[in-house]
Design a binder for this molecule. Structure first.
Ligand code: GTP
Ligand code: PEP
Length: 211
């Protein structure tokens, strides 16, 4: 039996989320952010290596739909992204001390369960590992095996921070959807090309019928 994962997915308070998409989406920005988080969580829950998804958020408008998909929701103390992740990880270790713990960004609207499975299989070979984002600047996944301290260093140029901290960078072929986070309109176009999940696809169809 291969190792199973608790995945912690942080979701920022929606009024402050996805500001780099504001010009493109207008008043629909928060709806798009919820849809993207829903597709990320739904895909993660469909991956057989994932035992549970723990969403960390302070926003009831995100918590409701994500709990409806089957995520456990933990309240975000609102002291930044890495604190939110450590809060979710502490919950994960309390409920399932024998499972590995990973942090996954919430903005992966093209995420495929099988590709996440490949990344988690590779991560299970190392005490501490991460997946860089599509631009090789940030990080979309960081995870540790049971017994290894969970020390995420997300924010800004986090690929370099995770490398410097000794985490193994996973160079796995065929995991484009795990690396495709969406911050800008260009990122969104790239995610459309990979194939969006159904929640994001519905919002994109409504906002940009010609897409
Ligand atoms: N729970 C929680 N999640 C956060 C926090 N800050 C960022 N996130 C999440 O971390 C991921 C990366 O966030 P950012 O790129 O910093 O912010 P964003 O809202 O996606 O986009 P911008 O507003 O354009 O920076 C997303 O999944 C966010 O929802 C936080 O303080 N708490
Ligand atoms: C916070 C990060 O991502 P983003 O590109 O969404 O800002 C990160 O990569 O560490």
């Amino acid at each position: 039996m291969s190792i199973r994962w608790s995945l912690v997915i942080p979701v920022k308070t929606l009024v402050a989320a996805k500001t780099r998409l504001a010009a493109a989406t207008g008043p629909h920005r928060t709806r798009l952010a919820v849809a993207v988080a829903c597709d990320t969580v739904a895909a993660a829950l469909s991956c057989p290596r994932v035992a549970r998804v723990i969403v960390v958020t302070a926003d009831p408008a995100a918590a409701g739909p994500l709990a409806g998909l089957g995520a456990e929701v933990v309240h975000d103390p609102d002291r930044g992204l890495n604190t939110a992740l450590r809060t979710g990880a502490a919950h994960a270790v309390r409920v399932a001390p024998g499972d590995a713990v990973g942090a996954l960004q919430a903005d992966l609207p093209a995420l495929r369960p099988a590709e996440l499975g490949l990344a988690l299989k590779a991560a299970a070979e190392f005490d501490q590992a991460f997946v860089p984002d599509a631009l090789d600047v940030g990080t979309t996944f960081y995870g540790v095996l049971p017994g290894t301290p969970f020390t995420p260093r997300f924010g800004g140029e986090s690929r370099a921070k995770h490398l410097a901290a000794g985490a193994k960078e996973l160079a796995v072929p065929g995991i484009d959807s795990v690396r495709r986070d969406v911050d800008t309109p260009n990122d969104l176009r790239a995610a459309v090309a990979l194939g969006l999940g159904r929640h994001t696809a519905a919002v994109v169809r409504e906002l940009w019928p010609d897409t």
